[in-house]
Design a binder for this molecule. Structure first.
Ligand code: BTN
Length: 242
């Protein structure tokens, strides 16, 4: 397995999918100083200016079923939250499904893409963006995004965050492959800022308001709505209510 390093690229996820399609090994890493077409969830843009963040994608060939792929994203979120806490002392939380927040603002996000067919998963590309030393954000992002530097008040060593993340991810990923996802889920619950709180979830064709009860093995969020019914939500955007 190799590390593919780019001073600049469109999107490390796009690059990783290409390389994975050409046979790159499990555990290969694509990392860039800058992305000119960084992608977020739900078709959004991920602002990735040069040399201030960690913009990278990991190519995985996991021995799990396609429906279990959200577990990889949750594993990435746990590893990122732990690495940030350990290496900076900054308190961060996971907001379902996979955002890392500091004081209510987003500091990191994960975008997982997969290629699968009837035989199962070909590859998974787990892309992660961590705002490390960004000093400002454009337009409306000002209100909702932050960086580790802004949170801590001093610059943070990107390499330290990167190595911290990779070693945590390797530990957590081994649990996943060993059939011990329950352990990751336990950590996810402890690091989350959703559970037990009133949330509003907006998806493609729905909006639900209620109490976030739990996440299940498939990474779905369980929300108890006003009517007492428990909704199982697989994809959407969560906002926390007072
Ligand atoms: C999100 O929270 O919306 C997900 C953001 C994921 C951003 C990372 S940066 C590296 C990788 N390449 C991309 O184009 N996106 C992911």
């Amino acid at each position: 397995r190799r590390i593919y390093y780019y001073p600049t690229t469109g999107s490390t996820n796009e690059e990783a999918k290409k390389i994975a399609g050409e046979g790159a090994l499990h555990g290969s890493l694509v990392i860039a100083e800058e992305q000119t077409g960084g992608k977020g969830r739900m078709g959004r843009v991920w602002i990735s200016p040069p040399r201030v963040g960690i913009w990278m994608s990991i190519i995985l060939r996991p021995g799990i079923q396609p429906y279990e792929a959200p577990r990889i994203t949750m594993t990435g979120a746990v590893a990122a939250a732990k690495a940030i806490r350990e290496r900076t002392g900054v308190t961060c939380h996971i907001k379902w499904p996979n955002d890392i927040l500091v004081e209510g603002r987003k500091v990191a996000g994960i975008l997982t893409e997969m290629s699968a067919d009837m035989d199962g998963i070909n590859y998974v590309v787990m892309g992660i963006g961590i705002n490390v030393n960004n000093e400002d954000f454009p337009g409306e992002l000002k209100e909702i995004a932050t960086s580790l530097k802004l949170a801590r008040g001093e610059a943070v060593d990107r390499l330290d965050i990167l190595t911290g993340f990779l070693s945590r991810f390797e530990d957590c990923y081994n649990y996943l492959e060993a059939g011990e996802f329950k352990k990751i889920l336990e950590e996810w619950r402890l690091l989350s800022c959703n559970l037990g709180r009133r949330v509003r979830v907006v998806g493609k064709n729905f909006a639900v308001e209620g109490i976030a009860l739990d996440v299940d093995d498939d990474g779905a969020l369980l929300v108890k709505s006003e009517s007492g019914q428990v909704e199982r939500i697989l994809s959407g955007d969560v906002s926390l209510k007072a």
